[in-house]
Design a protein around this ligand. Sequence first.
Ligand SMILES: Cc1cc2nc3c(=O)[nH]c(=O)nc-3n(C[C@H](O)[C@H](O)[C@H](O)COP(=O)(O)OP(=O)(O)OC[C@H]3O[C@@H](n4cnc5c(N)ncnc54)[C@H](O)[C@@H]3O)c2cc1C
Length: 160
Amino acid sequence: MRTVASNADVKKALPGLADFAGRIGDRQVRERGTIGGSLANDHPAACYPSAVLALNATVVMDRRRIAADDFFIDMYTTMLEPDELIVAVEFPLAERAGYEKFRNPASHFALIGVFVAKFRDGSVRVGVGVSSGRSGNGAGEGLFCRVRTRRDNLARRTQR
Ligand SMILES: Cc1cc2nc3c(=O)[nH]c(=O)nc-3n(C[C@H](O)[C@H](O)[C@H](O)COP(=O)(O)OP(=O)(O)OC[C@H]3O[C@@H](n4cnc5c(N)ncnc54)[C@H](O)[C@@H]3O)c2cc1C
């Protein structure tokens, strides 16, 4: 995570992502934690799942690639097979992007976080992480798009 925050290319191409990565957890967490681990773990309030959803990223595994929209199924549940490894994440360039969160004052873990990205074609995507993982608490329509995406994927998977 430190690498993303400090990389000159990321800072230039996607400054919102670099800024975001530099505010995850604390220094020790950023030093040891990885994007792959965060996505695979899929904590409901984790920061990276919101970023990859909002930025319309592609998760690249050792044998296949999946759009972020299709990657997350439910809390702590992704499309990853037990023997699959995330080897890269590809981010399209956004015109503007930014992340804000309320964090636990002790651990600095996000309680709720929202990543917003605006693309050159005018489209806007929002990724939301929330520690309860429940929808319908009245916090606003856009808030639960990540939860909805997961439920859609869960339904799709159960129908197979
Ligand atoms: C004090 C504290 C504060 C934190 N604050 C935040 C925060 O603000 N925001 C936030 O988002 N997170 C936060 N975290 C969580 C932290 O970001 C995650 O623990 C970290 O991202 C996990 O990454 P890791 O590389 O250590 O994965 P690991 O913990 O090593 O692995 C997690 C899971 O993913 C699997 N895995 C790991 N890498 C891959 C891979 N490449 N491909 C497939 N599967 C893989 C592992 O097998 C395991 O099941 C915090 C954690 C702590 C302890």
